[in-house]
Design a protein around this ligand. Structure first.
Ligand SMILES: Cc1ncc(COP(=O)(O)O)c(C=O)c1O
Length: 302
């Protein structure tokens, strides 16, 4: 089994070495902000997009993004490059960047962990969560480390044999999964919930939307309901680790969907992976620009 790569505040640690103090609020109350970043060829994918969302999250939790992230030649960027390069070019990885709150918001720790990406089947099933969320809660937009609700909802879904669950809002529409954004194809148009439906502004969501715009695939950001799922031609999920992940069944709502055979999702997956390849090639040549290939969409609003 491949060794995990761990860095704390720029220093490489051995597995099991202590990293966070016991009175860090990251430990006591789960207060912190994090990013999960795809690592391919020993490099982080869409790094600037992730750091932008990370900075917003830090600011909203009361930590200074400048202190934690710094500028274009910062310690954090150097550590991220070192951690991904230590992981190596041969294996698909996932980089988790976590900043804990510490005792006062200034003395937290920055943890980097590179580990293998989960190996998933080409298509998955999901359930619909029994508990709804408040879409107006501004905390939904932060990638915060306190994820008890999502953890428990996902645990229930996994216990029933599903990859994840779709979380409804109190208004009766659907928000997202516990680790992914949601896309539903109805009569050739791709629907995805607007961010004000309680979604995380997914980095992959943004890039997949850019892909669709370039392919002239009609996309609608609007409320998505169970009726959309019943009428769906295809359903897929997005996140950094898995790109666009086709759904083959939604328990109790749609027992069969085309899953990985869906024509639209296949097209989107292919183009998205080409964008990732191009990004990595540009990064290797020192000219990576996040969002290259289409107009950048702000991640803070919809
Ligand atoms: C709740 C939630 N929504 C959406 C996403 C997808 O975001 P991204 O594409 O930035 O990985 C994640 C990722 O973990 C998530 O936890």
């Amino acid at each position: 089994m491949k060794e995990l790569v761990l860095f704390v505040d720029g220093r490489r640690l051995a597995r099991g070495e202590a990293a966070v103090e016991a009175d860090d609020l990251g430990v006591l109350q789960g207060i912190g902000v994090y990013e999960t970043i795809r690592v391919d060829g020993g490099r982080p994918v869409w790094l600037e997009d992730h750091l932008r969302r990370f900075a917003e999250g830090l600011a909203r939790v009361g930590m200074d993004p400048e202190q934690v992230i710094g500028g274009s030649d910062s310690d954090l960027r150097r550590s991220i490059a070192a951690a991904c390069s230590a992981w190596g070019a041969a294996d698909a990885g996932s980089l988790r960047v976590t900043r804990t709150f510490g005792r006062n918001g200034r003395d937290g720790k920055t943890l980097l962990l590179v580990r293998p990406r989960d190996v998933l089947p080409p298509e998955v099933s999901v359930s619909v969560a029994a508990r709804a969320k408040d879409p107006a809660d501004p905390l939904e937009g932060i990638k915060g480390t306190s994820r008890l609700r999502n953890f428990l909802l996902q645990k229930e879904a996994r216990a029933a044999g599903h990859y994840d669950c779709l979380v409804p809002t109190r208004d009766g529409d659907l928000s997202e999964g516990t680790i992914c954004n949601l896309f539903v194809v109805v009569t050739g148009t791709v629907w995805t919930p607007t961010l004000d439906r309680g979604c995380l502004p997914g980095v992959t969501r943004d890039h997949v939307i850019q892909v669709m715009r370039r392919l002239s695939i009609p996309i609608r950001k609007a409320a998505v309901t169970l009726q959309h799922l019943r009428d769906a031609e295809e359903v897929f999920l997005t996140n950094s680790s898995n790109g666009a992940l086709p759904v083959r069944a939604i328990a109790g709502v749609r027992e069969t969907l085309p899953g990985a055979q869906g024509a639209l999702v296949r097209k989107i997956q292919n183009r998205y992976l080409l964008d990732v390849e191009r990004y990595l090639k540009d990064a290797a040549e020192g000219s990576a620009v996040d969002g290259a290939g289409g107009p950048a969409e702000g991640v803070a609003c919809d």
